[in-house]
Design a protein around this ligand. Sequence first.
Ligand code: KG4
Ligand code: ZN
Length: 350
Amino acid sequence: MRILGIETSCDETAAAIVEEVDDPARPWVIRSSVVSSQVEIHREWGGVVPELASRQHVRDICGVVERAMADASVTPADLGAISVTQGPGLVGSLLVGVSFAKSLAAAWRLPLVPVHHLAGHIESLFLQHGPLPMTAMVLVVSGGHTSLYHVRAPGQYHSIGRTRDDAAGEAYDKVAKLLGLSYPGGPVIDRLAKGGNDRAVEFPAARMTHPDRNEPLQKGQWDFSFSGVKTAVLRHVRGKGEGWQPSDPEVADICASFQRAVVGSLIERTFEAARWFDAKSIGIAGGVSANSRLRQDASARGERAGVPVFLPSLALSTDNAAMIAAAGLRRYRAGMLAGLDLNAEAALQL
Ligand code: KG4
Ligand code: ZN
């Protein structure tokens, strides 16, 4: 069984073919994965411009899907279903993928499988590694979301915490903008931080709780907050006086110090939650999971704690359609299909 996945929730137009094979250790195999990124278009504006994004999706979608089909050497007759990101995301962008997927499903007489974007990020871990030891504590950390899910069984995602304000990736993007660095900020800060001193500036990490497992579970206990650290960077820069231009080493120090605070709080909260829920594995997915320090520190902490940590490859960390195809296969097997009245939902809940 092969499935076509389509993803257009933000500023990447993506299509992929994933095949289900008879291997319990690695049941999903990527046959092709094509991503057309719009970052060059949005960089000029310092962030994603929704109207430009949806127009570019319209231009790119046909070619991207054709390319994914050609790379996998498949024709419509080789496909068993079509999956598409239904939400959350920019509604104009989502509509391009949803309309296109519906048209293909109608023309090729194939079942249509709607997928939640964050379910796609979670399933990127299963796509990459096969079934994770259950239960799993999964952190989804991207430009739009920072959420913790307790995955009690494959396909069963229980939301236990989320950011109360900015997503971690959003904080990276905003801090980069304020330092005069280019969009998207995550990869730039990650690179510059390598040359800086992470103790140069003391930025407050989000408040840490040290929950005692005998205490009752409290609402919001596993939430994150990143607006504080972002504001601290702003204050630090403004505190230097009007027109202050940080030198390259100063920028590197700010990047390293900011990254230490953000990565520290992501890891702390995720490992605490894993301990509380007695999870047998930890997964970290989403665009920010491409961060080199997060990858290193989480893996090292996992070794110390004796909990295996799973990360997607760099290509599967940021937005792609292979993860949407994988999540689509899971839902298809559960019989969760949609009709041709499917609509995009900007604020879809998982
Ligand atoms: O998952 P994704 O591609 O799109 C969303 O669903 O939001 O994530 C994009 C986010 C951006 O905020 C970007 O700055 C961040 O992921 N990002 C990184 C890195 N690479 C991408 N953040 C930190 N370090 C990186 N290496
Ligand atoms: Zn994403």
